[in-house]
Design a protein around this ligand. Sequence first.
Ligand SMILES: *Cc1c(COP(=O)(O)O)cnc(C)c1O
Length: 244
Amino acid sequence: MSDLVTSIRENYQKTLDSIATAARKAGRAPDSVRLVVVSKLQPLEVVEAAIEAGAQILGENYPEEAVQKIVQLKSQTKVEWHIIGHVQSRKARLVAEHFALFQSLDSLKLAERSDHFAAEFKRVLPVLLEFNVGGEESKTGWGAADERRWTDLLDEVRAISALEHLQVRGLMTMPPLFINPEKARPYFQRLRRLRDFLAGQIPQIEWRELSMGTSADYAIAVEEGATLVRIGQAILGPRPARGD
Ligand SMILES: *Cc1c(COP(=O)(O)O)cnc(C)c1O
């Protein structure tokens, strides 16, 4: 086995162990959390090594970059690809064609376009709704920092829930980044409360998934109910810079 695979495998296993520890601490079953290995900006050989090291779900931010990898790795039928970055409307078709889960759906317009293309591909596209629970301007997602205004979200969430070729499965967030991960806890708690709120208001949807937690803070996210954690650097090492 190559050094690259060995080192990724070690990191992957360690991460799974920490997820299991955090889950048990919160009284949750370790297998209630799925690990998404975030491979954005990583070259193909790193993604291949990650798959060989055991990665089952890969998360990518940029649709075109991701589709290149997906096409080249077509023979790897066991891996599942998630899109986790902001998607421009004109990329909706790529997402509807190639991804198992669209984690970062962040507007009604994008939902309608995705629904349109999913219909064209004769499929139902599973999606998560991305919320900005920290209120930072740099972050995408529906603004949800002010809990008193959550009812304002309902019209759009209902409209998306009604789209026939999308299946809403839960919520996703990218909270502010702190050196001390404990400080992210209130934001994870807020996303969970938002999920409970939406589940109360729109009970016909199964609000199962909470995608939250990165290399910096996934253990805290798991303690607060994450069902999907998105981890890049802690498993694959530093990313090459984006050169576009
Ligand atoms: C890059 C990215 C991650 C992973 O971040 P790491 O620090 O590499 O763990 C998770 N989620 C989103 C939305 C990202 O863009």
